[in-house]
Design a protein around this ligand. Sequence first.
Ligand SMILES: [Zn+2]
Length: 399
Amino acid sequence: MGFFIAKEDDIKKGKTTDVYFVRTEKILREKNVHNLSVAEFTVSGLPNGYRWALFGGLEEAVELLKGKNIDLYAFPEGSLFKPRDINGVLVPVMYIVGDYVEFAIYETPTLGFLCHTSGIMTKSARVRLAAGDSVVLSFGIRRMHPALAPMIDRAAYIGGCDGVSSLIGAETINQPAKGTMPHALMITMGEDEAWKAYDELMPPEVPRIALIDTFGDEKYEAIKAAKIFRKLQSVRLDTPGSRRGNFAAIIREVRWELDVRGYKDVGIFVSGGLNEKTIPELKEVGANGFGVGTSISNAPTIDFAMDIVEIDGKPSAKKGKFGGRKDTYRCKECFSFVNVRHGENPPERCPVCGGELEPMHRKILDKGKLVYELPGVEDMRNYVLSQLEHLKKVEENPI
Ligand SMILES: [Zn+2]
């Protein structure tokens, strides 16, 4: 049977779409219905009380939609957005202008790219904010289908993780893969031997992070590891839930015991079930590196929908959506959004704070041809981080 995955070609041919779009396309073609449609991508709400999200998945959406006879407009990938503008009107992060039959069958896969990537990117950004300047590594690909590892790790990195654990994800972001050591190494070699062999055989650029929770007590193992390694960078605690009791208290104690023995430079790297809610307390007591897995890789999706809002220049949208093509502006100061009818002038300044408004839509495809320079991964990540820095300045509780 092979693996249960759609090949790139299957996706490009529309085989991963919902059948009703195929039927719709057939009917419209047979009846010769060709309109100039505007279809926009919006979210009606965000998961778990999020107040903002990051827009991801554009690059793959472009890969799918290029060559079709449509125009595509979108926010830059990594843009922070809110579901609604200051008047409660839905914020279109992306929209297509073209004959609907040209793109009907691509709605499903396009939404898939946007929803899934945005979900992971957003969660990674939330974790980044929680972790402050501590190192955060994406460890979660093992919980997801392996075919998605590049997408997951790329989105996690752009969202603010400092590194990723998978080889293929690391290739996607042009970085070396990051990791520590698995319990299996301790169990197969014995702990002391495993640490010595790791220190001896790993090239110098591999950080010396000793896993210290395999058999013994974290405090004594940490002290032992600090003595065995020639220059230990960090100890890693992945203490199982059944032994945690109070994880923060364990970390606080390890920190103290390392410090009083002169190992102040040895960091504490923690992993296991972490998310943006659990990280702050652990950071507070001395953890300064975080391996974050499932909460990022299995992040809730950002539930975009695609809706036609305009036909042949006339506003036309279903109940619950706002008709007409829109131009969308974001305040540089407070990240409020303002939609105006396409071509109309926006307010001079942000109606909320008086800040400067910037137009958010870029023309990406012109009749299917790429007319926008897709930014590299580092540029997107820097864009995300700069928005998060700004958010921290203007919001007391940015998460
Ligand atoms: Zn403002």
